[in-house]
Design a protein around this ligand. Structure first.
Ligand SMILES: NC(=O)c1ccc[n+]([C@@H]2O[C@H](COP(=O)([O-])OP(=O)(O)OC[C@H]3O[C@@H](n4cnc5c(N)ncnc54)[C@H](OP(=O)(O)O)[C@@H]3O)[C@@H](O)[C@H]2O)c1
Length: 228
């Protein structure tokens, strides 16, 4: 579905925010062409230059509106709050045909964010699949990764569970997980995203009760095939 080189272009919708900015930084550092999307073009340009400063000239990042970057990219990553999820997907739907969409959204309903509250579709990722239709592959990933250490190159002590509409799409997303310096697992079909998205509220609950800021999860008892 997408080009198989490190020259892939990744658009991060809502890339001006906490999670999107951190992921964008890591992918740009790994050699991908990264585009920052925002509802406001000027804000996107400002954040793109902030990330470039962190990268000390290693990479160039472009900022533009969500629709413009979605149009130009091979892979589109959604990093907006659940309250804007449906609207943003509907606004870029037309330019997503044949692309891979990676949805990081957790369907949190403030103020009770430490309680699992799933939407009628089952999960935010399933809702994305319903909105975007059969011609767009949707993968859910990064829901359990706190933004906190993404910008400072620290090791993130949390694995990434990747669920999605096809195995191929999950494999493509897993390459981006690794490129971001994280450990990813193929966690199966998109229906399984219910558990992964719900787990975020469990982790928020643990953070509240134990005074932490980035509780995470690790898969044990399984081994990934060693790289050739
Ligand atoms: N923060 C985390 O640690 C974390 C961890 C795992 C998953 N996530 C998920 O990642 C997503 C983003 O989280 P975040 O903490 O990065 O959020 P955020 O910083 O509050 O917002 C991200 C960006 O979304 C855009 N936005 C805000 N409201 C919007 C709306 N109604 N419609 C369209 N765009 C809107 C804004 O960009 P513009 O104003 O530039 O358009 C904002 O910069 C959420 O779904 C969250 O569940 C977050």
């Amino acid at each position: 579905m997408v080009k198989e080189t490190l020259l892939l272009t990744i658009a991060v919708l809502g890339g001006t925010g906490k999670e999107g900015k951190g992921l964008a930084y890591r992918w740009a550092k790994a050699g991908y062409q990264v585009l920052i999307g925002s509802r406001y073009s000027e804000k996107a340009v400002t954040v793109a230059s902030e990330i470039m400063e962190l990268l000390e000239g290693e990479s160039s990042i472009v900022g533009a509106t969500n629709r413009e970057v979605a149009q130009q990219a091979d892979i589109v990553v959604v990093t907006v709050p659940y309250s804007g999820h449906r609207e943003i997907l509907e606004s870029v739907k037309e330019v997503l045909t044949g692309k891979l969409v990676i949805d990081t959204t957790v369907p949190l309903v403030p103020p009770k964010v430490s309680r699992v509250q799933m939407p009628p579709a089952g999960s935010a990722a399933q809702e994305a699949r319903e909105i975007l239709g059969e011609n767009v592959e949707v993968v859910a990933a990064f829901q359990n990764i706190s933004y906190e250490h993404l910008l400072n190159d620290e090791e993130v002590e949390c694995d990434v569970l990747v669920t999605g509409s096809s195995k191929k799409a999950r494999q493509e997303a897993l390459m981006l997980v690794e490129a971001a310096g994280l450990v990813g697992w193929d966690a199966g079909p998109i229906e399984n995203s219910v558990v992964v998205e719900g787990l975020t509220s469990v982790l928020i609950n643990i953070n509240k009760q134990y005074g932490s800021t980035h509780a995470g999860i690790k898969i044990t008892g399984a081994q990934k095939p060693s790289a050739e």
